[in-house]
Design a protein around this ligand. Sequence first.
Ligand code: GDP
Ligand code: MG
Length: 163
Amino acid sequence: MPLKLAIVGRPNVGKSTLFNRLAGKKLAIVDDRPGVTRDRRFATGNIGDLDLALIDTAGFEDVDDDSLEARMRAQTELAIDECDVALFLIDAREGITPMDEVFAELLRRKDKPVLLAANKAEGRQGESGALEAYNLGLGEPLQISGEHGEGMADLYAALAVYA
Ligand code: GDP
Ligand code: MG
């Protein structure tokens, strides 16, 4: 059985880039159920010898009204409920924003394991952002770069615990 991994966080932290990397060459399976389920993408993938069932949560680039936060919250909650482990991404270059705090609070209220990752941390550019992320109270952040494939061995080791 693959490990069900939900990639969650606010828009633009790099969720889809990491999703695509872990999904590799396999085509992402687009779910066409109506409503909020459409806001998530599903694909199989792997990291090393670990098989993954990936869930990406969308950023609603097309939405710019008051429903944005409510929709993100709803689909993030669904993704968390569906997963074995939630991978919570923050942008290490930007540090922690108020919207990151909202997601952190949501994750703290769920009883799923959470892995915190400071993304965009290639070339050690994420050190201060990672320090801020530590203060979210969700454990020590992994420092990764989904775009450049850095930190994948640490991510593998952290996920293998749940396999
Ligand atoms: P999402 O909204 O969370 O799904 O974020 P995306 O995956 O769409 O990425 C948002 C932006 O961040 C894009 O311009 C990406 O190229 C960029 N990005 C994603 N991952 C990284 C990374 O590891 N390092 C850097 N420097 N940029 C990244
Ligand atoms: Mg995305």
